[in-house]
Design a protein around this ligand. Structure first.
Ligand code: ASP
Ligand code: MG
Length: 401
């Protein structure tokens, strides 16, 4: 008998009709002889609505109380789904994060799962019950409710799958898998049958909004076999695993991320210790730096440019004002109408022509590259934001998926 964890996102459980559709998927899996644990998100826009409700009361509620509020969303879905399954005549029980012992660290609003006490889960499964678990929530060592960050139910599902050594963890969503590009931008984007954890992690970090990136990290760490598939159409989705057949397809996907801005410190001294100073200040403020570029020194000065998340650009500039003055920088500039476009694929490391092909596609489309960053499995370029969709399209065309 296999253990299967099935996670259903907010749109999949949005109303009664959809809940019955989910109940059918779950009970079919159960009837086929599997042990089934179901992890649910809050219905539709419930989490956003709850955040808005909190804002009516206070602009600055404590994170503890916000977590208490937000965890209610998943509690609604889990009980409604259990009622639907009950009505269909199957043995079922719904459990909150704390009832199944999802232990997290002490922080709130973006807590990390430390461990899962699986006794309760296992004893319910032993009784041949379908177990429905509230995603996105846990409990910390002070017995306070915590949440895992927006989109965190994916991570709940993978953590439970890892704890139970499940045979498969299925993430049911409103798309039928992982695509080579956002199908809303690229009409002939193709669905991938398989992708490696590392490739998916890059895609998730680079702007593909399908999986919570922490869930992918965890799936890799514990070798959880993950499948992303549609709750609306019954067909195979995309399987995530350690190694996949590369065949002809060297690139797995093209992504775009608009949440970026470029900051430059212009004409700072070309002496040791400058980069250290700048990036340690940003690190202290918890500002994540992405692409970094340093110009060749001339007249004993150089420029350093880097990208940060768009919503952290003001904070970054503020934090650097003092050093800029100290170093007598000519100026700090910020270009915030940029986007990062990336290609991801395990083949990049071993195939030297790939970068050239990407740059050629951009050159032919007359799109200027402002910054470049590469790793073993990705190449990212920073370009003007208003050209980003076109860039995704022309790069996708060039790689002949
Ligand atoms: N309901 C939470 C959110 O909307 C968690 C999730 O959906 O995964 O972010
Ligand atoms: Mg949600």
């Amino acid at each position: 008998m296999s253990i299967i964890v099935q996670k259903f996102g907010g749109s999949s459980v949005a109303d009664a009709e959809r809940l019955f559709r989910v109940a059918k998927i779950v009970t079919d899996t159960y009837s086929a002889g599997n042990s089934v644990v179901v992890v649910v998100s809050a219905q539709g826009d419930t989490t956003d609505d709850l955040i808005a409700k909190a804002a009516e009361i206070s602009q600055n509620p404590s994170k503890r109380e916000l977590d208490v509020l937000l965890s209610a969303g998943e509690q609604i879905s889990m009980s409604l789904l259990a009622m639907a399954i009950e009505k269909m005549g199957f043995p079922v029980i719904s459990l909150t994060g704390w009832q199944v012992g999802v232990q997290t660290d002490a922080s709130h609003s973006c807590s990390k799962i430390r461990r899962i006490d699986k006794e309760r889960l296992e004893s319910e499964l032993d009784k041949r019950k379908i177990v429905i678990v509230a995603g996105f929530q846990g409990i910390n060592r002070y017995d306070d409710i915590t949440t895992l960050g927006r989109g965190g139910s994916d991570t709940s599902a993978v953590a439970i799958a890892a704890a139970l050594h499940a045979d498969l963890c299925q993430i049911y969503t409103d798309v039928d898998g992982i695509y080579t590009a956002d199908p809303r931008i690229v009409k002939d984007a193709k669905k991938l049958d398989e992708i490696t954890y590392d490739e998916m992690l890059e895609l998730a970090n680079l702007g593909a909004n399908v999986l919570h990136s922490r869930s992918v990290e965890m799936a890799k760490k514990y070798s959880v076999k993950l499948e992303v598939r549609s709750s609306f159409e019954n067909k195979p989705g995309t399987i995530l695993k350690e190694v996949v057949k590369v065949e002809r397809m060297l690139i797995r996907g093209v992504t775009r991320d608009n949440n970026t801005a470029r900051i430059s410190l212009v004409e700072i001294p070309d002496v040791p210790g400058i980069a250290f100073k700048i990036f340690s200040i940003l690190a202290k403020k918890n500002i994540n730096v992405d692409i970094i570029l340093q110009s060749i020194g001339r007249n004993n000065t150089k420029d350093i440019s880097f990208t940060v998340a768009h919503d952290q650009k003001d904070e970054a500039i503020e934090a650097l004002r003092e050093v800029a003055e100290l170093f007598k920088a000519k100026e700090i500039t910020c270009d915030d109408s940029v986007a990062k476009v990336s290609i991801v694929g395990a083949g990049i490391e071993t195939h030297p022509g790939i970068a050239a092909k990407m740059f050629e596609a951009l050159a032919d489309a007359d799109i200027n590259i402002k910054m470049i960053a590469t790793s073993e499995i990705k190449i990212s370029v920073l370009i003007d934001r208003d050209k980003a969709e076109r860039a995704v399209q022309v790069i996708h065309d060039a790689f002949d998926f």
